[in-house]
Design a protein around this ligand. Structure first.
Ligand SMILES: C[S@@+](CC[C@H](N)C(=O)[O-])C[C@H]1O[C@@H](n2cnc3c(N)ncnc32)[C@H](O)[C@@H]1O
Length: 342
């Protein structure tokens, strides 16, 4: 009986070994996998391998920034230090700023919590390098709205975030580590704030890269083809701790205004008129804050449509105060007021 079992195991082992990346994976017979150095309860390294070489996530992050180096120019903002601004922006950078949440941080030129940063001037930066920060911010939507607001028209946000990863203990203890992202959640979050056609999300990683990353092994220990192979079920970074790369391109600013005075003209057909105008203008809208909506506060059809068209949160539509439009283009408030006086 034992001999039969051994023969069966031998046969299934051969079948398993014959498996190639193109054929469906076979599960190995129990006991066949050799764990070797990986049969351990403590990771090989706890701080992402930074003391031995290039962290696995940094391989993806730096490849991502190298591919988008041309976007790093003019006035550039980076979080915590300006290493990547200098490394990838070079002489294209005219002004470099460093943002940190703590006023004591050496080298920071701007102190801000991005979730409540009204003191930061709008339309200031040509590029924001926002690597490995989103997972440390609980209210990611508020932070993304700030990033959108402080970018100049045509500016670019280069952001990365974690997929499969250990906790970054130091950051966890200082400001908290809240999130892991998939390419899907990242895309959804970014397109709630940025125009959908301007958002590109790429994920990176595979089971080997994920496992190496979790153990704090470094990119030098893997072959390039092993790092570059992408398995969509193992997103390590979006060009980040192996994970998510987000490249946002922002269109020209445009404000669509509708005043209450003007609303009188289109009240009967309010929803239709509003939606038609928005459909024509929506690609020009720079940000939700430019849209102010009051005339039909109770109209949930309009509100729902605006939310969908603008890819923003319902709360932003509800915050809106007044919108000006006429049947062909935008009106300004004073024109609408005159019209209302007539
Ligand atoms: C691991 S560092 C990332 C920056 C670094 N350049 C990099 O590539 O790894 C995490 C950063 O998140 C920032 N951070 C945490 N909460 C924040 C918040 N609410 N607003 C702005 N920055 C925040 C901290 O200042 C910290 O420097």
């Amino acid at each position: 009986m034992k001999a039969v079992l051994r023969a069966f195991q031998h046969y299934t082992t051969r079948l398993w070994r014959r498996g190639s990346p193109s054929s469906p994976p076979r599960h190995p017979p129990v006991g066949l996998v050799r764990f070797g150095s990986l049969r351990r309860l403590q990771p090989i390294g706890r701080i992402f391998g930074s003391e031995w070489g290039q962290c696995i996530d940094r391989y993806y992050i730096e490849s991502f920034l190298a591919r988008h180096a041309a976007d790093i120019h003019g006035h550039v903002l980076e979080v915590a230090d300006n290493t990547y601004t200098r490394q990838f922006g070079g002489t294209r950078v005219q002004q470099s700023d460093v943002l940190h949440v703590s006023p004591q941080h050496p080298g920071a030129t701007i102190t801000a919590d991005l979730t409540c940063a009204d003191h930061l001037q709008s339309e200031t930066f040509d590029c924001v390098i926002f690597t490995q920060t989103l997972q440390f911010i609980y209210d990611v939507r508020a932070a993304l709205r700030t990033l959108y607001r402080i970018l100049k028209p045509g500016g670019v946000l280069l952001a990365t975030g974690n997929g499969i990863s250990q906790i970054a203990r130091w950051d966890m203890d200082h400001w908290g580590e809240y999130w892991r992202f998939t390419s899907l959640s990242a895309h959804k979050l970014f397109t709630e704030v940025f125009p959908v056609s301007h958002v590109a999300v790429q994920a990176h990683g595979n089971v080997l890269a994920a496992m190496a990353f979790l153990h704090g092994l470094v990119s030098e220990e893997l072959r390039q083809e092993e790092l570059d192979y992408f398995d969509p079920d193992y997103e390590v970074t979006g060009a980040s701790r192996p994970g998510l790369s987000l490249n946002q391109r922002v269109p020209q600013a445009f404000a669509l205004l509708l005043t209450e005075a003007n609303a009188l003209h289109i009240r009967d057909n309010a929803a239709v008129a509003c939606i038609e105008i928005l459909q024509r203008c929506v690609h020009e809208l720079r940000r939700a804050d430019d849209l102010v909506l009051k005339p039909f506060p109770g109209d949930i059809v309009v509100r729902r449509t605006l939310t969908r068209l603008l890819q923003i949160g319902t709360d932003q539509v509800l915050r809106a105060e007044s919108v000006v439009c006429n049947d062909s283009s935008r009106w300004h408030a004073h024109q609408a007021e005159q019209q209302g006086d007539d």
